[in-house]
Write a protein that binds this ligand. Structure first.
Ligand code: BTN
Length: 221
């Protein structure tokens, strides 16, 4: 499977935590992937809980990485979006890497750095859609009957493909799927125009005649 080393587990606290422990103990490194059937303490961005019942995909990809790189978020979002498209689902991406269908979240991506590695957590709602206060959710089974294994196999392929693409191509694909491009979005409570993404992966926002570069935050539509 694309030179990955897979660790398939039943129930864990969080695949992110397991991946981190394995890296710390020297039991995992570049191209290792931890996947579990369920998580008791799945985590999202901003310390949010990621409710993780059986039937959905929970995976953490470990890649060697010298320093934080904002561009990783885009290649992972495009890989997840392309995985959904391969099952006939039409996703959109909300900056930086929330993948939505019909405006509802179907996948979440959590990027954490640990020692010389980046641990990329991907959750995809397949059979269940947790109810959360912050946003609406949706699941793949509302569109298609598909197994976790089938989704995971496509994801492994797409993660490898997009990880090694040049950033301008990743950005081009990301922008095609982006929600809110050239429209007004709210950043820290203030309306800005979403202009694009720069070469380093920063979001470019414009307010009046001033341009702002934003890294790893949240915007709302
Ligand atoms: C988000 O949208 O807030 C990110 C959610 C990321 C969830 C995935 S599921 C696999 C991995 N393990 C975790 O505990 N979190 C990530």
């Amino acid at each position: 499977m694309a030179n990955y080393k897979l660790f398939c587990l039943e129930k864990v606290t969080s695949t992110q935590d397991v991946a981190r422990e394995m890296v710390a103990n020297g039991n995992a490194g570049n191209n290792c992937v931890v996947i579990a059937n369920a998580q008791s303490a799945g985590r999202g961005r901003y310390n949010r809980k990621w409710v993780s019942h059986h039937g959905n995909l929970y995976a953490s990809f470990i890649y060697g990485c010298d320093e934080p790189d904002a561009r990783i978020a885009y290649s992972v979002a495009v890989a997840v979006a392309e995985t959904l498209m391969s099952f006939g689902i039409s996703p959109q991406i909300k900056w930086p890497n929330d993948v939505l269908v019909d405006g509802k979240k179907i996948s979440g991506i959590l990027i954490e750095y640990y020692n010389d590695y980046v641990i990329v957590g991907v959750g995809i709602n397949i059979e269940s859609k947790p109810t959360v206060p912050e946003y609406k959710t949706i699941k793949m089974s509302e569109f298609v009957e598909v197994s976790v294994d089938a989704v995971f196999s496509k994801l492994l392929y797409n993660m490898k493909k997009w990880r090694f693409e040049k950033f301008p191509l990743v950005r081009e694909h990301w922008l095609k799927l982006a929600i809110g491009l050239n429209k007004l979005v709210k950043y820290r409570g203030v309306q800005h125009e979403l202009v694009g993404i720069n070469d380093n992966g920063a979001l470019i926002l414009r307010r009046d005649s001033k341009y702002y570069l934003v890294y790893g935050d949240e915007i709302s539509m």
